[in-house]
Design a protein around this ligand. Structure first.
Ligand SMILES: *Cc1c(COP(=O)(O)O)cnc(C)c1O
Length: 422
């Protein structure tokens, strides 16, 4: 068959875009070549509904081994006792947990979307907000951080069946232990969604949710640097704390409930080519090199955050403890949308983002979110990060100066030649 020139040529355009620019979108990263290679293999041809050793199709001997390796490596990486590697994405992983643990109309307590939470934690436009009754905690206006006493009071008032901790734009660490104490006090399940900091948590650089949370979900493509996908893990609490019984009167194990929620509950056939790529990425994350990578990600973020502060920028919560920061641009006389667009013209990619207590709409926003996972994979170090902040600051101060933007774009493109992508 003739090669599809149109699509391959567009893929080349995208590779060029990724190669010449500075990628600061906090949820993005660059996988290794082998992770990418594995996704483009014959494994995509295979139907394997079910789980290793218990499939609904023949010919699964090989994919069974691959999926089991992915499960084992993931459990080793996080110290989990159970893992499901089939969710097609982070949102699917969360949906499966909700399906496993909740009945329609049950109350979930999550982190406010407009304060940095995720759509899949009860937003009204997401299924989680349509089928369940969401209530939200947020950050304090003064500190930009979560007041755990307020979370506790809210939990006692609203009696949620499930509490979700974790976010998409929160620059500080999570007190999983305290969340668990609150969950226990009100009889709720505790879910940690570590989609963003997973790679840092895996290497012990941030608080560990596994000993405290009933269930942990994540994506595999953010700081974990794997293929696009989702995962579900269990720590110590295997048994369903609500004591759901099988028809025979046996207590169902949470692991079995979660597995059936993913398949057949939420999904059909698993993406074995992606699961194989997840296995490769988990293998990479298990190496000491990945620990050094995680350290550099956090160092780069701290250096950038401090430099922004030195230059008079307001950061939500005043800085960062992980891989990302949220700039509140309200004192800079520019919206998140305009800053995003101006930086984009210089091949510096960020995303506009609501800041807590934002007075602008989600399409305009007052902030931008910046993350260091992708540039650190490219090899940028502290000095390079200071240079990036210098360029960004110049553009944000003078966003309609097309001459300046062209000049910076040329410097950005030239400097990224020193950090080969593939
Ligand atoms: C990114 C993210 C997700 C969703 O991941 P997708 O793979 O895009 O579905 C879920 N939860 C949080 C906290 C996230 O940041």
């Amino acid at each position: 068959m003739e090669r599809d020139k149109k699509i391959f040529s567009l893929i080349n355009d995208e590779l060029h875009r990724q190669t010449v620019g500075i990628e600061l979108i906090a949820s993005e990263n660059f996988t290794s070549k082998q992770v990418m290679e594995v996704m483009g293999t014959c494994l995509t041809n295979k139907y394997a509904e079910g789980y290793p050793g218990k499939r609904y199709y023949g010919g699964c001997e090989v994919v069974d081994q691959i999926e089991q390796i992915a499960i084992d490596r993931l459990c080793e990486l996080f110290g989990a006792t159970f893992a499901n590697v089939q969710p097609h994405s982070g949102a699917q992983a969360n949906a499966a947990v909700f399906l496993a643990c909740l009945k329609p109309g049950d109350t979930i307590l999550g982190f406010d979307l407009s304060h940095g939470g995720h759509l899949s934690h009860g937003s009204s436009v997401n299924f989680s907000g349509k089928f369940f009754r969401p209530v939200f905690y947020g950050v304090e206006q003064e500190t930009g951080t979560i007041d755990m006493d307020k979370v506790e009071a809210l939990a006692h008032k609203e009696k949620p069946k499930l509490i979700v901790c974790g976010a998409s734009a929160y620059a500080r660490d999570w007190d999983y232990k305290r969340f668990r104490a609150i969950a226990d006090a009100v009889g709720a399940l505790l879910l940690a969604d570590i989609a963003h900091p997973a790679g840092l948590i895996a290497k012990g650089k941030l608080n560990d949710p596994i000993p405290h949370c009933h269930i942990v979900t994540s994506t595999t493509h953010k700081t974990l640097r794997g293929p696009r996908g989702g995962i579900i893990m269990l720590g110590n609490d295997f048994e369903n704390p609500f004591g759901e019984k099988t028809p025979k009167g046996e207590l169902k194990m949470m692991s079995a409930i979660l597995n059936s929620a993913v398949f057949p509950g939420m999904q059909g056939g698993p993406l074995e080519h992606v699961i194989a790529a997840k296995a490769v990425a988990f293998g990479e994350a298990l190496t000491d090199d990945f620990g050094k990578y995680a350290d550099q990600v956090m160092l780069n973020a701290r250096v950038m955050a401090q430099e922004f502060v030195n230059r008079g920028y307001n950061l939500v919560s005043g800085g960062t403890s992980n891989h990302l920061m949220l700039l509140d641009l309200r004192n800079k006389n520019i919206s998140g949308k305009d800053a995003d667009a101006a930086l984009g013209k210089a091949d510096i990619t960020v995303n506009k983002n609501m800041v807590p207590f934002d007075d602008k709409s989600p399409f305009i926003t007052s902030g931008i979110r910046i993350g260091t996972a992708a540039i650190t994979t490219r090899g940028l170090k502290e000095q390079d990060c200071l240079q990036v902040v210098d360029w960004m600051d110049a553009i944000i101060k003078d966003p309609s100066n097309t001459f300046l933007i062209e000049e910076i774009k040329a410097k950005v493109n030239a400097s990224m030649q020193n950090f080969p992508l593939y």
